[in-house]
Design a protein around this ligand. Structure first.
Ligand SMILES: Cc1cc2nc3c(=O)[nH]c(=O)nc-3n(C[C@H](O)[C@H](O)[C@H](O)COP(=O)(O)O)c2cc1C
Length: 154
């Protein structure tokens, strides 16, 4: 299985979250490739079996600028078969909490096999580890057995 986590992070919260997710895959002896979005080979998107997007939210519920090329690549590429998930950190002080996660969710639901999303309030807390574990379990289960049940929002 060829799995990528593609992420961006300005102040480190989303990076900490994606590292946690990556480590949980490794614990289960599942290899994943971690890319900062600037390093991700957009033209190879359809070659992945699974892609997890990690993003913070900017402005007024917006996708960070550096994630827009990835967003449009998913819209344009043949990715119907790619199992996807979205994770992100945000701050519920803002009217649209984790708006970038929602924007990727809506687009990926149409263009790919979106299976699971996870939103974290600012920085990872001890109580989030069980949610991260659940995210990895759901994502791997859907990827491994190929059966789509329904979108899970963790
Ligand atoms: C100018 C600015 C705008 C933001 N807008 C939002 C927003 O609309 N919704 C939200 O949930 N969080 C918003 N945030 C909070 C960040 O998404 C949050 O702090 C996130 O954890 C940062 O992730 P990072 O540490 O990976 O960069 C905003 C933060 C800043 C500084």
């Amino acid at each position: 299985m060829n799995i990528a986590i593609v992420y961006t992070s300005k102040t480190g919260h989303t990076e900490e979250l994606v590292h946690c997710i990556r480590d949980l895959f490794f614990e289960n002896e599942i290899k994943v490739h971690l890319f900062r979005v600037e390093q991700f080979p957009l033209r190879d998107l359809s070659a992945f079996d699974g892609v997890i997007i990690g993003t913070y939210t900017w402005g007024d519920g917006d996708i960070p600028g550096e994630m827009l090329a990835l967003y449009h690549a998913f819209e344009a590429a043949d990715v119907k078969h790619v199992v996807t998930g979205v994770i992100g950190t945000g701050d519920s002080f803002y009217p649209h909490f984790c708006g970038a996660v929602d924007a990727f969710r809506d687009m990926l639901y149409v263009h790919s096999r979106l299976e699971v999303t996870l939103k974290v309030e600012v920085a990872l807390q001890a109580t989030d580890f069980a949610r991260c574990r659940k995210f990895v379990g759901v994502f791997w289960n859907k990827l491994d057995n190929g059966v789509r049940h329904h979108l899970e929002l963790i």
